[in-house]
Design a protein around this ligand. Structure first.
Ligand code: ADP
Ligand code: MG
Length: 538
């Protein structure tokens, strides 16, 4: 630039920010996202009410949900939101923590940037993150798959910060039963948990305590005809993706009928076709039929007469769950349906839940499939229960798979900070400063937990550090009284992976953002022709 003729390589209207400008801009955006969710962290965190452009309201404390609903523009802010999604899909919990941690790592880096080059900061951060993982692994506690009590404590800890936590006893119980009943033991002794085997069905009405686990599949569908049996024992189940209807002609066709007997013949033919469909089903020995398509009134009548329980318009997702649970094969052409395609269930039954009739497919012999039927007074309540269960299923599943947990309430973060400060001294140089900054950043978790509980964060941190110096590795904060206590004894436990994943992805995104010193943004599609050809900074 300095007096030389600039060579223009970018398209007109491209926005470009360079150097410190770009860095502080990105850091600012990332910190703003972290600040947006910070006040929700922990059991004493506040809720947020989100109103979308359609006026729909969501009240939640769930970091991932909040970040999903708010629309951000800034690319660095989007990167931060991305880690909450990773956290959600990898472990199901710790979303707020990961974002808050990333924000803190960047804030601390910003303080250092005057003295330490960003490359050295990122190097220091990487070393610190590796060391932190080691420390976390060192304090992990083993949990056994049959230790239902500990698994329930893990579920309850993840629920502590949710609105539905008042019902955490019932919900933790349902969660642990659901996860353990679908868990499969591998040859090497580890467990696999397929979250898709747990179906969540919601029905307003009743109380949250009435939320229950059903060993089988529950469909929000009633039987097609009231004269069909209301319950079928030892059901032989057919799953078809075919309509039991006469195909409507594509073009409008007129059939000229000149004689009343012709009309009768025409109707008879229709009836015969439908009859054939039903005979086809009945011929296989099926006593229950689920179809993704429709069923003609007359076919319904025939099925009812044959004593077949039929459900129409079942969603594809539910069909797959049914296939898994009953061992049936989904057949797309009715003609191809045979005895071998049928699945089984001890009982298929219609039950009235609230004002609606639901179909229960239970006592399935072949596969592990369960449904959690959520009850609650209003739509908002059951939605928050669903999010709560989703997190809880995630953490219990993770704990079962990994078999490792840590105490929560700020204990692991203080332990990591303490270990990192010792480690920093051995590294020396500028990187030492970065590792120390990392240690300070990690303490954002206990600090925020305390702040959100209305406690004096500085005092709490001093007490926590003291306890950990004395070797009390599970010392965390009792948020009710501000005292430092043994979190494991207080039953505040979380999967190890919630912590390691949050730390890893926060470090990754923070270092990625720190290394950016040039932002080149293409002209926005709808923006007025703006690029006035200045020297870059906007
Ligand atoms: P995230 O989205 O990160 O899971 P949460 O709002 O669920 O955020 O808060 C999680 C934090 O709250 C964890 O650090 C956890 O250890 C802490 N926590 C949960 N229950 C308690 C409790 N009873 N006492 C102290 N800390 C708790
Ligand atoms: Mg949580």
């Amino acid at each position: 630039m300095m007096g030389n003729q600039p060579v223009i390589i970018l398209k007109e209207g491209t926005q470009r920010t360079k150097g410190r400008g770009a860095q502080s801009n990105n850091i600012l955006a990332a910190k703003a996202v972290a600040d947006a969710v910070r006040s929700t962290l922990g059991p004493k965190g506040m809720d947020k009410m989100l109103v979308d452009s359609m006026g729909d309201v969501v009240i939640t404390n769930d970091g991932a949900t909040i970040l999903k609903e708010i629309e951000v523009q800034h690319p660095a802010a989007k990167m931060i939101i991305e880690i909450s999604k990773t956290q959600e899909s990898e472990v199901g919990d710790g979303t707020t923590s990961s974002v808050v941690l990333a924000g803190a790592l960047l804030a601390k880096a910003e303080e250092l940037i005057e003295d330490v080059h960003p490359t050295l900061i990122t190097q220091g951060y990487r070393l610190a993150s590796q060391k932190a993982l080691e420390i976390l692994n060192g304090i992990a506690i083993t949990v056994k798959a049959d230790d239902a009590e500990t698994l329930k404590r893990i579920a309850r800890t993840s629920m502590a910060s949710k609105g539905a936590s008042v019902h955490s006893d019932v919900l933790a119980d349902v969660t642990v039963k659901a996860v353990t009943s679908v868990a499969e033991k591998n040859a090497n002794g580890t467990y696999t948990v397929d979250k898709d085997s747990i179906k969540i069905e919601k029905k307003t009405g009743g109380a949250v305590q009435e939320t229950e686990l059903i060993k089988g599949v529950v469909l929000d569908k009633e039987r097609a005809h009231s004269r069909m049996p209301q319950s079928v024992r030892n059901a032989k189940i057919a799953l078809v993706n075919a309509a039991l209807e006469i195909k409507k002609t594509e073009v409008e066709a007129n059939i000229e009928i000149t004689d009343p007997s012709q009309l009768q013949a025409f109707l008879d033919e229709e009836e015969r076709t439908l009859r054939r469909f039903v005979d086809q089903v009945k011929g296989t020995g099926a006593t229950v039929l689920f179809t993704q398509k429709g069923v003609d009134d007359l076919a319904q009548h025939f099925l009812a007469k044959e004593g077949v329980y039929a459900v129409k318009s079942v969603s594809e997702k539910d069909m797959k769950k049914l296939a898994k649970a009953t061992g049936a094969k989904i057949v797309s052409n009715l003609k191809d349906l045979t005895k071998d395609d049928l699945g089984q269930a001890g009982l298929v039954e219609e039950r009235k839940i609230g004002d609606d009739n639901l179909t229960f497919v239970v006592d399935c012999p072949t596969a592990k499939s369960v449904t959690i039927l959520i009850r609650g007074g209003t739509e908002h309540v059951i939605d928050e229960v669903e999010r709560t269960l989703d997190d809880a299923i995630g953490v219990v599943g993770t704990a079962l798979k990994d078999g490792k947990i840590v105490a929560g309430g700020g204990a692991p973060e203080i332990e990591v900070a303490l270990g990192l400060r010792k480690y920093a001294a051995t590294v020396g140089g500028r990187e030492q400063l970065a590792i120390e900054a990392f240690a300070d950043a990690v303490e954002v978790i206990p600090r925020t937990l305390a702040e959100n509980a209305g406690l004096d964060a500085i005092n709490v941190l001093v007490d926590l550090r003291q306890a950990h110096e004395k070797g009390q590795k599970t010392a965390g904060i009792n948020l009710d009284n501000g005292k430092v206590e043994n979190m494991q004894k207080n039953n505040v436990v979380e999967p190890l992976r919630v912590k390691t994943q949050a730390l890893q992805s926060a470090t990754e995104v923070a270092t990625m953002i720190l290394r950016i010193d040039d932002v080149i943004a293409a002209k926005e599609f709808k923006a007025p022709a703006g690029g006035e050809g200045g020297d870059g900074d906007f």
